[in-house]
Design a protein around this ligand. Structure first.
Ligand SMILES: Nc1ncnc2c1ncn2[C@@H]1O[C@H](COP(=O)(O)OP(=O)(O)O)[C@@H](O)[C@H]1O
Ligand SMILES: O=C(CO)[C@@H](O)[C@H](O)COP(=O)(O)O
Length: 463
C-alpha cells in the first residue's frame, strides 16, 4: 500500500523549499527548491507572483508523490496588498525593509511602548506589518486607497490554494494590529492607520483547516490545506519545541526563540511576543543581518565563508541593512580595532561574532518570559547551521551545548506536521517528536569567550 504523504512548504526570503513527507515515519521522500528575487538598494520587496510561481515549480517537482494534505509556512510580517480579484497591486514590502522605521516610531509614540507590550505582546519596529501599511498610506496613497485585501505572505499563498481569505494566530501576532491579550483585531490601531478590518483575513482557531485545494493546481484537488503560519512558528512546530527548549535560526534573519506558557510583554521591544501557531506563545528576537551580511563581508574580503582566523582585536557590527535588534534601523556597519597585523580572516571572524552576539544576548530575555533558565542544548537551524564557522562562533560566544538537527528545512517540516495533524488529529509538535526531527549531534559547551563579548558590549554601548 502507498504511504500517506503530506507536503510542507517554506516560502522564505530567499527561496521556496517544499518537502513531500511520509505521515507515518516523517521520511522525506522528495524535496524541491526554487529561488526568489528580492529588490536591492534601499528597498526590500518581492512580487508575490514570484512566490506563487516558485510554489508551483516546487509542487510540480514533487508531483510523483501525490499529497493528502498541504501547509504553507512563510516569512513573517510582509505586506501584501491585493485588488478585488486577488492580484497584487504592488510588490510585497518585506520584513527587512526599514523604510517604515519612521512610521513604527510614530506608532510607538502614539500609544506608548508599555501599551503596545501589554496589549499586543510586541513593541512594533519597522518590520511589523502595521508600520508597512502606514508607510504605504503616506508614500503611495493611491495604492493604499485601491487595496481590497491585506495579507501576510503565507496567507497569500494559502488563498491561492484554497480561495479562502484566512490567517493563523502565529503569523497574525506579527502584524501589530492583532492584540494578543484578547486575541482580536484592535480597533484603535486599525483606525489610527486607516485600515478597514473587512480587508483583513479571518483568523483561524488553532489547528483549524484553511480549506481544500482548488482544481487546476499541481496538487490533487479537494485535499485539506492547513492554516500554515510564519516561518519561525513553523520551525518551532517542526522541531517539536516545548517550553524551555530554544532554537537559534541562522538565515537571512537571525532569530532566537522558545515556546512559553506566559504571554510575553517586553516593553523594551527586544522580545517580540508572538503567538504559537497551535496555542501558547513564542517569544522571539530577530536580527536583520545574519548569513547574508556575513557572506557579503566574506565576499568583500575575497574569502570563502569558512576562512576565519581567531580574532583578538577587531570588532565588527555587521548592520548592513540597518538593524532591528538592537533597534537601529538607520545604522550601517562599523569596523574597529584594525592593526598592521590584522588579516582578512580576523575581520571575517569578527563579522560572525557581531552577527551572533545580539542574538545570544536576547536568548536570556526570551528564556526569562517563563523564568525557565534552560541548560538543554540550543538547537541550531537555518542555512547557516551547516557552516562550521557559524557553529563554532555560537559555541564560543554562548558557552552552551549546541545541537544540530540532521533534518534540513525545519520550517517546511513544521508545515508538513501541520498538514499531517489535519489527517491524524495529533498535535503537530507530537508528530514532529514522533518523526524525530530534532535528532542530531550535540556539541558540548566550551568556555565562553568573555573578551570578545566584552568588546561587543562596549561597541554597542551595553556594558
Ligand atoms: N554550508 C553553508 N555554510 C554556511 N552558510 C550556509 C551554507 N549553506 C547555506 N548557507 C547560508 O544560508 C543562507 C540561507 O539560509 P535559509 O535558512 O535558507 O534562509 P531564508 O530562510 O532566510 O531564505 C544563505 O544566506 C547562506 O549564507
Ligand atoms: O521577521 C522575522 C521574524 O520576526 C524573520 O525571521 C522573517 O520571518 C524572515 O525569515 P527568514 O526568511 O530569514 O527565515
Amino acid at each position: 500500500m502507498e504511504p500517506t504523504v503530506v507536503i510542507g512548504v517554506d516560502s522564505s526570503t530567499q527561496s521556496t523549499k517544499a518537502l513531500a513527507v511520509r505521515v507515518d515515519t516523517g521520511e522525506v521522500l522528495a524535496r524541491a527548491r526554487s529561488p526568489h528575487t528580492v529588490s536591492e538598494g534601499g528597498r526590500r520587496e518581492t512580487d508575490p507572483e514570484v512566490w506563487w510561481q516558485a510554489l508551483r515549480t516546487t509542487l510540480e517537482a514533487l508531483s510523483a508523490h501525490p499529497a493528502s494534505a498541504i501547509s504553507i509556512g512563510g516569512q513573517q510580517h510582509g505586506l501584501v496588498t491585493l485588488d478585488a480579484s486577488g492580484e497584487a497591486l504592488r510588490p510585497a514590502l518585506l520584513w527587512n525593509d526599514v523604510r517604515s522605521a519612521p512610521q513604527a516610531e510614530a506608532l510607538v509614540a502614539r500609544f506608548g511602548a508599555k501599551h503596545w507590550a501589554e496589549r499586543f505582546g510586541s513593541v512594533p519596529g519597522a518590520s511589523f506589518t502595521v508600520a508597512k501599511w502606514a508607510w504605504l498610506r503616506e508614500n503611495e496613497p493611491a495604492v493604499a486607497a485601491a487595496t481590497a485585501g491585506v495579507r501576510l505572505p503565507h496567507d497569500f499563498l494559502t488563498e491561492r490554494l484554497t480561495g479562502q481569505a484566512v490567517t493563523d494566530r502565529g503569523d497574525v501576532s506579527g502584524t501589530g494590529w492583532w492584540a494578543s491579550d484578547t486575541e482580536t483585531y484592535d480597533d484603535a490601531v486599525l483606525t489610527t492607520v486607516g485600515l478597514d478590518e473587512a480587508l483583513l483575513p479571518r483568523v483561524l482557531a488553532p489547528g483549524a483547516p484553511a480549506g481544500t485545494t482548488l482544481p487546476g493546481l499541481p496538487l490533487p484537488p479537494g485535499i485539506p490545506v492547513a492554516s500554515g503560519t510564519g516561518d519561525n512558528a513553523a520551525a518551532a512546530l517542526g522541531l517539536g519545541l516545548t517550553p524551555g527548549r530554544s532554537a537559534l535560526s541562522l538565515g537571512t534573519s537571525g532569530t532566537v526563540y522558545t515556546p512559553s506558557t506566559n504571554r510575553p510583554t517586553d516593553p523594551t521591544g527586544t522580545v517580540a511576543g508572538f503567538a504559537g501557531a497551535h496555542g501558547g506563545w513564542l517569544p522571539l528576537a530577530c536580527t536583520l543581518n545574519c548569513t547574508q551580511a556575513v557572506d557579503k563581508i566574506a565576499g568583500l574580503l575575497s574569502l570563502s565563508r569558512e576562512a576565519v582566523e581567531p580574532n583578538r582585536t577587531i570588532t565588527l557590527l555587521p548592520f548592513l541593512d540597518g538593524e532591528r535588534t538592537p533597534n537601529l534601523p538607520l545604522a550601517s556597519g562599523t569596523l574597529t580595532g584594525l592593526r598592521h597585523d590584522t588579516t582578512p580572516g580576523h575581520i571575517l571572524q569578527a563579522a560572525y561574532d557581531g552577527a551572533t552576539y545580539t542574538l545570544l544576548a536576547a536568548l536570556d530575555l526570551v528564556l526569562a518570559v517563563d523564568d525557565r533558565p534552560s541548560d538543554e542544548p540550543l538547537l541550531l537551524i537555518g542555512g547557516g547551521a551547516r557552516g562550521t564557522a557559524w557553529r563554532q562562533t555560537v559555541r564560543r560566544l554562548s558557552g552552551r551545548a549546541v545541537q544540530i538537527p540532521d533534518a534540513d528545512d525545519l520550517v517546511a517540516l513544521g508545515a508538513a506536521a501541520q498538514a499531517a495533524a489535519l489527517l491524524t488529529g495529533e498535535q503537530p509538535t507530537d508528530i514532529a517528536a514522533r518523526w524525530g526531527t530534532s535528532a542530531g549531534p550535540v556539541y558540548d559547551p566550551i568556555e565562553r569567550d568573555e573578551a570578545a563579548l566584552e568588546s561587543l558590549r562596549a561597541a554597542l554601548g551595553t556594558t
